[in-house]
Design a protein around this ligand. Structure first.
Ligand code: RP5
Length: 383
């Protein structure tokens, strides 16, 4: 489909959903994309909206969700509905994307879920030395990691929070997770081919926050997102990071953005950056909270994130200075485009998080319709 046809369709779809029970149609479209496990959810949603238009507005029946707990159909919380991110069996968590990791036991898709029987499943166990060396029960080290014996921590683990079920709502581990015979929490999505904690400090959920900062490129008119190049995998990524003990996620998201994308030396420019970030971050929307696929995750330790979307005004988008720092090798405004290799191979679940942010902003009427026509799913269809 050509770009202009897709834009016309977008405009038609937008006009339609604005006039007819917006929430109902959007929810049905998103649900269907989830249940189809569409590889390009945004495209599936648009196709579904096209069906609604063609049928004169009747909402096609949505098949019932089959997994409400600990399985597929996991929902992001930000938009109050399921999002494209929530549908996946983890892929990166079964990959060798992190060069520090030993070989995982290969886990075919049909055996990921714990309820699919695999009596002989016996993955290697591995926890990085840095995790052991920084356990909080040692007299030395930085104390960001749990002690090695999960069973001895059970009372504490029971009370910890996971956002991995039911639309990202907070639940205690005791309520939402299963534990294995060694007292270790079990990954809510399923097997990863590796036991232990890998490079993650906490048993169970390790909480992060992700700032999705977008702008319209003043030169090309394309939608862009701030991305950093990670030093561990060299992949491009949202400049997110771990939530420190006792820290509010809204604080983490700003701190991480400033540390990774705003390491500006010139005092005047830095002051301008900080003031811009303050303005921008006052306007953010939470777009997702829940489990995220990550190459560091294991059967007993995994990543969960809260992602926020901040869209720059054209003035701010033109002048926001960027400079890489901390865990970032480089920083850039990256085109939200499948034609861009760095975007195609974004770290972990970051491409899905950005899709979710763009979709949510569009459905709230906060991004121009033609911007959606420039997102990866639509571009792929057009090419
Ligand atoms: C990802 O890991 C999250 O989405 C977040 O961006 C990141 C946090 O880990 P570090 O960047 O602190 O290593 O799963």
């Amino acid at each position: 489909m050509a770009d202009d046809e897709m834009m016309a369709l977008d405009n038609e779809a937008l006009a339609y959903v604005q006039n007819h029970s917006l929430e109902e149609h959007l929810s049905a479209a998103v649900d269907i994309a989830i249940q189809q496990r569409a590889e390009q959810p945004l495209q599936a949603i648009i196709a579904h909206l096209q069906d609604i238009i063609a049928s004169g507005g009747a909402v096609p029946k949505t098949p019932k969700r089959t997994h409400q707990h600990l399985g597929a159909g996991r929902m992001g919380a930000g938009s109050g509905r399921g999002g494209p991110l929530s549908l996946e069996l983890h892929v990166k968590a079964r990959s060798q994307d992190n060069p520090d990791y030993p070989s995982r036991l290969p886990v075919p898709e049909e055996t990921v879920r714990w309820h699919n029987s695999w009596p002989a499943y016996d993955p290697p166990e591995w926890t990085h030395n840095a995790v052991h060396a920084n356990a909080r029960d040692l007299p030395t080290g930085h104390k960001w990691a749990d002690p090695a014996d999960a069973a001895a921590l059970r009372a504490e683990l029971n009370e910890r929070t996971t956002f991995s079920t039911e639309q990202g709502a907070a639940h205690t581990f005791a309520d939402a997770l299963d534990f294995d015979d060694a007292g270790r929490p079990m990954n809510p999505v399923g097997r990863t081919g590796l036991a232990g904690r890998g490079l993650l400090g906490k048993w169970g959920a390790n909480h992060a926050a992700d700032p999705i900062v977008t702008r319209i490129d003043p030169t090309s008119g394309k939608l862009q997102v701030v991305a950093i190049q990670r030093k561990d995998t060299l992949q491009w990524a949202i400049p997110g990071g771990m939530v420190d003990a006792g820290e509010a996620v809204s604080v983490t998201v700003k701190r991480e953005f400033t540390e990774e994308a705003g390491a500006i030396e010139d005092p005047e420019e830095r002051e301008r950056f900080e003031s811009d970030v303050k303005t921008l971050f006052a306007t953010g929307k939470q777009v997702y909270r829940g489990y995220v696929d990550d190459p560091r995750s294991t059967d007993n330790a995994w990543m969960e994130t809260t992602a926020f979307h901040f869209h720059c005004s054209s003035e701010l988008g033109t002048r926001l200075p960027l400079a890489a720092g901390d865990d970032a090798g480089k920083v850039m405004w990256l085109d939200v485009s499948m034609g861009e290799e760095k975007y195609r191979s974004l770290y972990g679940a970051h491409r899905a998080l950005i899709d979710e942010a763009v979709w949510s902003a569009w459905s709230r009427g906060e991004l121009q319709c033609e911007l959606v026509a420039k997102t990866p799913a639509v571009q792929a269809e057009a090419s």
